[in-house]
Design a protein around this ligand. Structure first.
Ligand code: HEM
Length: 193
């Protein structure tokens, strides 16, 4: 008889979600408390936060070694869309450094957080539309993929779940996802509060 003692969710994507649900809640509440869609000025602050986050993770989206593991990884980057959003508004993006390259396990945690944010973006895109920003003007980075947000996300999590990691790396990916949310919170506070 097999005694099952591991009550962790069976997929990596679900484990990452479980490890970061509380952190997501704090980020969600903090972003919304800054009323990003209450005015154009507030929306510009929100764009600066998004731009800094996407600059930070761009080296992970672009890393040649990760391309075979995660479907369409380089094309998933929303950095170009953000640059277009700034151009639409007649603005220059803020100075923002690229973040570091990271080992695979850590990178998976960070990429989970930033790719997942495109799911919540469905709700943010609706609010942005109320102040005139859309997938064609000013809120391009919040747009869903042409194949649909859900399918695009499931294709990502299928790749994420298929990467072979050791137990130690598994924990590293979870810790990295939490650090990613902490980083998000820090730049939200700097740019939006
Ligand atoms: C006010 C801002 C936000 C709101 C209202 C929000 C809301 C949501 C909602 C409703 C979902 C679930 C979507 C679904 O399953 O259909 C979601 C998923 C997610 N969001 Fe957010 N979100 C916000 C900001 C963010 C930010 C800034 C990040 C990270 C950069 C983030 C990361 C994620 C992740 C990783 C998921 C996927 C969770 C999973 O199913 O594994 N969210 N968000």
């Amino acid at each position: 008889m097999t005694i099952v003692t591991d009550i962790q969710p069976e997929t990596r994507a679900k484990r990452l979600k479980a490890a970061t649900t509380a952190a997501h809640e704090v980020v969600d509440t903090t972003v919304m408390s800054a009323q990003p869609f209450a005015s154009r000025v507030n929306y510009e602050r929100f764009l600066r936060f998004q731009y800094r986050l996407h600059r930070h993770v761009e080296p992970l989206y672009a890393a040649p070694a990760f391309q075979p593991l995660l479907p369409d990884l380089a094309e998933r980057s929303r950095l170009d869309a953000l640059e277009q959003d700034f151009a639409d508004l007649g603005l220059t993006p803020p100075a923002a450094d690229f973040g570091p390259e990271r080992p695979l396990a850590e990178a998976l945690g960070w990429l989970y957080v930033v790719e997942g944010s495109n799911m919540g973006a469905a709700f943010l895109a609706k609010d942005a539309a109320k102040i005139g920003f859309s997938s064609e003007f000013g809120a391009r980075h919040l747009a869903g993929h042409v194949e649909g947000r859900g399918l695009h996300w499931r294709r990502f999590t299928a790749g994420l779940d298929s990467v072979e990691l050791t137990e130690a790396e598994e924990r590293e990916a979870e810790a990295a996802a939490t650090r990613a949310f902490n980083h998000v919170l820090e730049i939200v506070r700097q740019e939006m509060l």
